[in-house]
Design a protein around this ligand. Structure first.
Ligand code: ATP
Length: 349
């Protein structure tokens, strides 16, 4: 039985800056609106202020004077974590190592003095939801990393929090486990309809889990948008370069044409004169000579299993990255004929 009374908390941060006592300004004033029931991912390089933002939402840090945080319109700014009713999951599990799985999951419910029968019922429900029922009597120090993180999630949602706050919960796990738990977390968040804020520096995780992503850079919000918007319509050079792989070429744009080193392309942009154009590897496809608008030479080829990543020279000043099916083999020095989709060209200020 999914719990259905947890969703529905809209979280708003207004003018929330953070300066630490040592003078470090971790965050410039930011405004953020997290819709009820959505999963908002905070993504960015180390030190950009993701964790600080999450900790402010949790009530573990206060914003600087003038900052305000509301949950469904209630001003929670002065409230400490224990009065905000949020569930938290960290990279390191923060579980009680000597207690059993069941006792860990029940902990927050005991503190809230729920009747014993209700606690047992809720704990059972959580263990089922996280697929750890058979581990209920084990001690935490007898569990694997992935199992511990399942317990941490079960414990966090058992209290029926107003929001679930996750700080790099998968970072310590190996790739296969990470992927499996990621899809379980996704299913969990969807079925609960809970508002979740998820901190990660992993783009794949952000794309897979986020309804929207906040890309952060140096204590500021660089862009907020759906994973598709962030990927296809980066608003600035930071986001363009931080997310995914990006190719760049310089050229001279005139009405309808873009002249580059390797030839000329159709041009739909408004810019004229010298331009720098960005495009994703998938904007390029390898074609027969007759269909090609570009010709290059393979400099390096990386076999990635499901696909092959080629570094191609001769198109423009910098080499470009091209992705192809893993079945094809392209040797160094081989010529390649490419078609660049003019609709995929971006100019980012
Ligand atoms: P990471 O991915 O490495 O955890 P992050 O994006 O979560 O990075 P934060 O932990 O929010 O970044 O830190 C933002 C900035 O604030 C960093 O420069 C960090 O060194 C600084 N900072 C964090 N906590 C404190 C503190 N208690 N005192 C002083 N500076 C701090």
């Amino acid at each position: 039985m999914p719990m259905n009374n947890t969703g529905g908390t809209e979280i708003i941060l207004e003018n929330c800056a953070k300066t630490f006592p040592d003078g470090t300004q971790a965050l410039e004033p930011i405004d953020l609106k997290i819709k009820a029931g959505e999963t908002m991912v905070l993504l960015g390089p180390s030190g950009c202020g993701k964790t600080t933002t999450l900790r402010m939402i949790a009530g573990l840090e206060n914003p600087d004077r003038g900052g305000r945080i509301t949950f469904n319109g209630d001003d929670v700014t002065p409230l400490p974590i224990e009065r905000r009713n949020v569930g938290m999951v960290f990279q390191s599990y923060a579980l009680f190592p000597n207690m059993s799985v069941e006792q860990n999951v029940a902990y927050g419910l005991k503190i809230r003095k729920l009747p014993r029968v209700q606690i047992a019922e809720r704990v059972g429900e959580m263990l089922d939801m996280m697929h750890i029922h058979e581990l209920r009597n084990r001690r935490i120090d007898q569990l694997s990393g992935g199992q511990r993180q399942r317990v941490a999630l079960a414990r966090a949602i058992a209290i029926r929090p107003r929001a679930l706050l996750l700080d790099e919960p998968l970072t310590a796990l190996d790739a296969l486990l990470r992927e499996r738990l990621r899809s379980d977390i996704d299913a969990l968040l969807r079925s609960l309809g809970i508002t979740a804020v998820y901190v990660t520096h992993d783009q794949g995780e952000a794309m897979a889990l986020g309804d929207r992503i906040v890309v952060m850079s140096r204590g500021r919000v660089a862009q907020i948008g759906s994973p598709r918007d962030i990927y296809h319509k980066p608003q600035n050079a930071f986001v363009a370069n931080f997310i995914g792989s990006m190719n760049r070429l310089q050229g001279r744009a005139s009405e309808g044409r873009l002249e580059i080193k390797a030839g000329s392309l159709p041009w739909k942009g408004k810019q004229r004169g010298t331009v720098e154009v960005l495009f994703r590897p998938e904007a390029l496809s390898i074609v027969n000579e007759g269909e090609a608008n570009l010709r290059g030479t393979v400099a390096t080829s990386f076999f990635l299993g499901d696909r092959c990543r080629l570094v191609v020279e001769g198109i423009c000043e910098e080499p470009v990255i091209v992705e192809t099916s893993g079945k094809l083999n392209h040797a160094k020095g081989e010529p390649v004929y490419l078609k660049l989709d003019p609709d995929e060209l971006m100019v980012v200020e």
